[in-house]
Design a protein around this ligand. Structure first.
Ligand code: PRX
Length: 645
């Protein structure tokens, strides 16, 4: 497969960037011509950020699975699409060729049809990282059902909230999932999530761990039985006959829930045409993918990184994508390097938190591992500190592999700011330059563009984007107004990212982290309000305030200040009970690292919690708390400072 839109030189990047900004319709129309459309668009782009209403490739018809699978069959049918590495290295690996992927996706799409799933229906997927998860996701896309994948680390309550919000009628899950030394009982968590649920009609269960599960008559069915039945329906004389449903470019492809600064997680909606073009385009350009190379993205498909750079991006480019079931430290901290060695991985894409964690094991886990196949290294999910960047560059890339620091978000569908491997320059801990089509702007609190450099010659402000790129979110499911207020109302005619950034004189961007009440813990996005709500649900808790603090491995840790009814301050048990409550309400990933019991919280006279002060205390900067005179009870600050944990 060829990629005529792959940028090869810095000059070409500059030329492409200019064209994409001056004439986006021509530019993206030309890029999109390299994908397979049943019918081409009537208009490449129509948009306003006011409502917002964003339409790419209007009037075009397609099915993304025909791009990710069918169009590769003739020339690459026997090439591996997915190489699956199990949690336990002793277990057999699985190589899924494009033709096998085609068959399995069609088979599962037929299973969905057999069970009454129709175009536009929401299907919730709660599975471990097994190839069947890919079949489930792509099977939905094949018939136009909207998938909503939920990460295996979320609790029954979180699933219940998402099922309710998406009004989902179908679930695909596993009996259990292996992660390191643990087996997580997914089906049993689904059963808890379904207590009281009246909308879910069918639960399809794939067998992975053989954990005993309860199977409710009429509702719960086995993946294996259904697939066997569907096989005969879709295959005649060794030919697969399952057609893909024709979708409008702007029909929803999936919903993915993500945390914001207020309320419950929102369902970010991506559509078929623009998302396909954006993930395919960015994959080929950022990683400079060449046909035949092996790409290993270590994310979980429960997050956007897995959607875009394990599945849709690589598959649309006909790439070979490694899918890993386990964790980087099981059975030992050399696991990633074993995988790189075993499959001769060319591109490794992981998170700073994984790099920092592996760094802490020293060089032993690298001994005897041949990493010479590596060509490109990538990072995503949080700011990468310079130490981790250099460790990655030196010990993994041997100074031979460009490191791409890719900045983006669930809402952006794919990478927005990053160097292009070996084509545009890298700069440690800087995401560097925007992708073609992306027009960043830094603004102050009132939305005025920052033009005056600070004392270091840098512009510093809140990061916004001026115009849409094909992969931008279209709405938040069931609540368009929430989409508008969250992203498009802070500053007129701008998409606000929620991040702060610096810009140097060469136009490079460095993302400094969230400027809203969203935490980034090990690359997982968690809202402080969500954690507070969960803590407040614990009996005895009167009020709480949650802030982030710098954490060596996780990037940010969660620090909770909690007021309880009774004086349980010394009680370790109370802390553990609160942790258990948070794990129940949100999931283990949201458990605070530190809990401090307090008698009061610093509040303004109007009753607003001064998070700025709590953040400073949590960061250990107790000397420099700024102005505390407007507080209702300034004395409380001293007390909190003295009892810091
Ligand atoms: O704060 C930024 C941070 O992760 C946030 C988006 O999180 P999520 O939607 O879960 O998507 C993560 C994977 C794309 C952003 O608002 N972030 C992501 N990538 C980077 C980053 N911060 C700094 N540098 C990055 N490369």
């Amino acid at each position: 497969m060829e990629y005529p839109y792959q940028i090869k030189t810095f000059e070409e990047y500059q030329k492409n960037y200019k064209e994409s900004v001056e004439n986006p319709e021509k530019f993206w129309g030309d890029v999109a011509d390299n994908f397979f459309w049943r019918k081409k668009w009537d208009k490449v782009l129509e948009w306003n950020f006011k409502e917002p209403k964003i339409e790419w490739f209007k009037g075009a018809k397609l099915n993304i699975t025909e791009n990710c699978i069918d169009r590769h069959l003739e020339t690459m049918g026997e090439k591996p699409a997915i190489i699956w590495e199990p949690n336990n290295p002793e277990e057999r690996t699985r190589v899924v060729t494009y033709s096998r992927l085609h068959k399995r996706v069609c088979q599962f799409a037929q299973v969905l049809l057999n069970n009454g799933v129709k175009k536009g229906d929401r299907v919730c997927i709660y599975m471990g990282m097994v190839p069947e998860l890919a079949y489930a996701v792509l099977g939905c896309a094949r018939i136009g059902a909207i998938h909503s994948v939920i990460f295996g680390g979320f609790s029954a309550q979180s699933i219940a909230d998402r099922l309710y919000d998406a009004n989902a009628e179908f679930i695909v899950t596993c009996d259990g999932a292996y992660r390191g030394g643990k087996a997580i009982p997914l089906k049993s968590i689904i059963d808890d999530a379904l207590i009281g649920n009246r909308t879910v009609k069918k639960v399809i269960v794939y067998t992975r761990t053989r954990t005993p599960v309860s199977m409710l008559k009429g509702r719960d069915i086995w993946w294996e039985d259904e697939m066997e039945y569907a096989e005969a329906q879709i295959e005649k004389d060794n030919v697969i006959t399952m057609p893909a449903t024709e979708m409008d470019a702007e029909d929803p492809l999936f919903i993915l829930y993500t945390s914001g600064s207020t309320g419950k997680p929102k369902g970010v909606v991506h559509t078929c045409g623009g998302y396909m073009v954006w993930t395919g385009y960015t994959f080929v350009n950022v990683f400079q993918y060449k046909p035949g190379e092996v790409h290993f993205c270590t994310a979980d498909i429960g997050w956007i990184t897995g959607h875009s750079y394990i599945l849709y991006g690589p598959l649309s480019a006909g790439a070979t994508s490694v899918m890993f079931e386990g964790i980087p430290t099981y059975p030992d901290a050399g696991r990633f390097w074993d995988i790189v060695d075993k499959y001769k991985v060319n591109i490794l894409y992981t998170a700073p938190t994984a790099i920092r964690s592996l760094m802490s094991y020293g060089m032993d886990p690298l001994k005897g591992k041949d990493l010479s196949s590596l060509k490109v290294l990538g990072t995503v999910g949080e700011p990468i500190n310079e130490e981790a960047w250099h460790w990655y560059d030196e010990n993994i890339g041997k100074h031979n592999c460009p490191v791409v620091d890719t900045w983006w978000q669930t809402e952006t569908g794919g990478i927005l700011i990053s160097n292009l491997a070996g084509v545009t320059p890298s700069k440690p801990s800087w995401a560097t330059l925007p992708m073609p089509g992306v027009q960043p702007v830094l603004v102050d609190e009132r939305g005025k563009e920052i033009t005056e450099p600070d004392e270091h010659g840098l512009l510093k402000g809140n990061l916004c984007i001026k115009a849409p790129w094909p992969g931008i979110l279209r709405t938040t499911y069931g609540d368009h107004e929430r989409c508008r207020t969250n992203y498009f109302a802070s500053y007129e005619n701008l998409y606000f990212t929620g991040d702060g950034a610096l810009k140097d004189k060469d136009g490079n961007y460095r993302i400094t982290g969230r400027v809203d009440d969203v935490l980034n813990v090990s690359g997982h996005r968690i809202g402080t309000a969500e954690v507070e709500n969960a803590i407040n649900m614990h009996t005895n808790v009167v009020e709480s305030a949650v802030v982030g603090f710098p954490h060596n491995i996780k990037g940010q840790g969660i620090y909770a200040f909690v007021i309880t009814e009774k004086n349980t301050h010394e009680d370790e048990r109370a802390k553990n009970d609160i942790l258990e409550t948070v794990a129940r309400i949100i999931g283990p990933i949201a458990k605070p690292d530190k809990i401090q019991f307090v008698n009061g919280l610093p509040k303004t006279r109007s009753g607003k919690i001064m998070r700025r002060i709590l953040r400073k205390i949590a960061e250990g900067e107790t000397e420099n708390l700024g102005d505390t005179t407007t507080l209702l009870d300034p004395g409380i600050v001293d007390e909190i400072k003295q009892n810091k944990v």
